[in-house]
Ligand binder design. Sequence first.
Ligand code: NAI
Length: 297
Amino acid sequence: MNLRDSGFTVIVGNRKDEYADQAKKDGFQVFDIKDAIQKSQIVFVLIPDEVQKEVFEKEITPYLKKGDTVVFASGYNYFYGFVKLPEYVNVIMIAPRMIGWGVRDLYEKNMGFPVLVAVGQDYDGNAEGVMFSLCEGLGVFRKGGVAVRSSFKEETLIDLLSEHSWAGSMLYLFRAYYEVATSLGASPEAVILELYGSGELAEIADSMKNMGLFEQLKTHSRTSQYGQLTRGSLYITQEVKDLIYKEAIKILDGTFAREWAEEQATGLVVFNRLHEMAREHPMEAEEKKLYKILGRR
Ligand code: NAI
């Protein structure tokens, strides 16, 4: 929608599903993926990373023409070589640091957003120019936006490392906090509101974005600041730093990507089981009750 509103001619290639219906409602012409590829010069690949290998092999790569440009929104498949492209196309990456509706919302507010960009393959010498023109069309360079020169490798590393370290550990840290606090007599609903249910966490994240990681501390009470500054670092032992390093290497050397590919090929048994186990925790039932009262479920 951003590109269309900026004057690009945009068509959608989509399998027949609710996304295709939505695209039609939004006024786009929708084609089968292979037909859309044949009608286009620039192809944005906006489908989940885990399905890209197969979709490329069957519906994209055979229909690419000399001088076409393939745009990835993440580094994953091209970096690991799951998707291999012919030498006669340009390959670029424009990877927003936010979810799709954020990209659209900011465009509508006439604001920019941050992206990581990289040229993977420059067939005709125009790849970089095309990349920055597309950034312009997407609205990246408006106020508040920036394109950071990156690489498919860097984007893959920092994206996955975020997911594997602080984002993943936060879920289990919250759970550990819940177990301790409720064992000491705190009520589940008070704990869940304290941790994430109230929305304070989102406000802190917003302050970090606007003010800076430590600068935002000043918006908290002095008691809170003192507690965070003296106790926070106690949890980050050398062992934790070593773990982050080891997991970063498993991203770079492809161990994680191979494990994830095997997991998908063998029917997502572990993935589904872990989701089930997460739901079996008593905190989930308490959350459900609370969210019903709050009208969120
Ligand atoms: P998504 O969930 O938004 O993908 C939905 C689209 O994929 C729909 O058009 C759907 O029809 C199509 N699709 C799904 N399965 C398909 C299949 N088997 N065959 C053909 N089409 C299929 O995708 P997601 O994971 O959110 O992201 C798409 C790309 O954008 C990825 O490369 C991702 O890394 C990147 N990205 C995603 C961000 C996010 O916050 N979700 C942020 C920045 C980049």
